[in-house]
Write a protein that binds this ligand. Structure first.
Ligand SMILES: C[S@@+](CC[C@H](N)C(=O)[O-])C[C@H]1O[C@@H](n2cnc3c(N)ncnc32)[C@H](O)[C@@H]1O
Length: 426
């Protein structure tokens, strides 16, 4: 660490802590504006800033920031991060600190976690903590929150339209793609590869040629839960940039018809770019105004499978998006619940008799998960719940989390996901 790096990180952190935009967008824009920063410096700045976002509440409480000077507060947070989380001593940092910063360091050193609330120790907002405790109990809620302090692994999905997992693994091992070959198959997804070390895969030839995609193992499993068959009609109603759509297309072996809908043109454009690499030709993307868009009407009752990867709080992805802890409010979740129910109800109409609807989120909250699924079943007696583990077992994936698929980072090594499979009476 140098005074220069400290300054750069403090400026970036000050922007991040306004919580006006998603952290990945802020960091991306910052690096585009500071092209002079070298690779190592960028890595240090990004890792420090993300680390602080993960531990923001705890670090803020022990630095007792005064909120008067945002850059000064950011510098205190960096110091607290280095000392309390990275284990640096005042002596380690002495050379890079000015006199005032040394005083801050002495004050930070004297602080411990005594007197901090459980929510502060879990590093989440009170409302989220209370919901987690009500669902999981205090001990597991703490384990879940702490598991989100870790960086997520980099998971890849092999695109079976173009390659096999064996071939990709052999090639990566042969060329030493990851230093020390910290690379393995994923425990559950038959198409996943997990990289133990972070690297920029987007320039790798296997990526540019479309043989691999970046996709969390949990997200890969959701596509298996949809279990589309060759030649079927499948809709991805909230396709976004198409992480799951592309996986579905590959599972369909590029046959049948796959529709990708989303309200965001920008996200569907990103899907377009990924589609070119994928080699899929069975996919049609369409922007809709909302789930009641008239464009969907002619498709009522036509689909064998409908995936609702619903807009959600994203609170299962805090390892990757720690800023969501501070940006999402309880009110946001209540508003999302209305959208989630409406989109799921619309999916029910698109589904044909004997077909299936899969409802999924990357949230940990009952309000966005079980509560939506239960209300759906109560309002739609023509649908029955198919146990998720049975659907996975039929595809030789041994993973039993009960009738619903419920993935948690500390148990499954994936992001937090929820999914329910509903089948419409024939
Ligand atoms: C969880 S994200 C989807 C991620 C995507 N399936 C993937 O795997 O990359 C939810 C998506 O729902 C979209 N969305 C929000 N409201 C919608 C609506 N009423 N109808 C369809 N899509 C909607 C958002 O634009 C967002 O892209």
């Amino acid at each position: 660490m140098t005074p220069y790096l400290m300054r750069q990180t403090a400026v970036l952190l000050t922007q991040l802590l306004t919580f006006e935009s998603p952290a990945d967008a802020v960091v991306g824009a910052y690096f585009r504006e500071h092209r002079d920063l070298g690779t190592k410096d960028r890595a240090w700045i990004a890792e420090t800033a993300y680390g602080i976002l993960r531990r923001y509440r705890y670090l803020s409480e022990i630095t007792a920031n005064n909120d008067e000077d945002a850059t000064e507060d950011a510098r205190k947070l960096i110091l607290a991060w280095l000392m309390k989380i990275e284990g640096k001593s005042i002596r380690d940092l002495e050379e890079v600190l000015d006199e005032r910063q040394k005083e801050w360091a002495v004050a930070i050193k004297s602080k411990n976690s005594e007197g901090l609330s459980p929510a502060a120790l879990a590093d989440v907002r009170d409302w989220f903590w209370e919901k987690l405790v009500a669902q999981y109990g205090e001990a597991e809620a703490m384990t879940i929150c702490r598991s989100m302090f870790e960086q997520a692994s980099l998971d890849l999905r092999v695109n079976t339209i173009k390659a096999s997992r064996e071939d990709v693994l052999t090639r990566m091992l042969a060329e030493n793609t990851v230093k020390d070959n910290v690379i393995a198959v994923t425990p559950y997804s038959p198409l996943g590869i997990r990289m133990g070390a972070r690297l920029n895969i987007s320039k790798h030839i296997l990526f540019t040629e479309g043989q691999i995609e970046v996709q969390d193992e949990g997200s890969q499993l959701l596509s298996y839960l949809v279990a589309p068959k060759r030649g079927q009609m499948v809709a991805d109603l909230c396709a976004g940039a198409g992480g799951k759509t592309l996986a579905l297309g590959a599972l369909m072996k590029n046959t049948g018809r796959l529709y990708a809908f989303d309200v965001s043109e920008k996200r569907l454009n990103n899907l377009g770019k990924r589609l070119k690499r994928s080699g899929l030709s069975n996919l049609q993307a369409q922007v809709i105004n909302n789930e009641n868009d008239l464009k969907l009407k002619r498709l009522n009752g036509k689909f064998d499978r409908v995936l609702v990867d619903a807009p959600c709080s994203g609170l299962g992805t805090l390892r990757r998006n720690p800023d969501l802890k501070w940006r999402q409010t309880e009110q946001d979740v209540t508003e999302l619940n209305v959208k989630q129910s409406n989109i799921l109800a619309r999916a029910a109409k698109l589904c044909k008799a004997g077909g299936r609807v899969v409802y999924a989120t990357c949230s940990l909250l009952r309000d966005e998960n079980e509560a939506i699924a239960e209300a759906f079943m109560a309002a739609h007696p023509e649908f029955k719940l198919i146990p998720a583990h049975e659907v996975l077992a039929q595809q030789h994936i041994e993973l039993n989390t009960g009738d619903y698929l419920k993935l948690l980072p500390h148990l499954h090594g994936t992001d937090g996901f929820f999914a329910a499979v509903f089948e419409k009476a024939a």
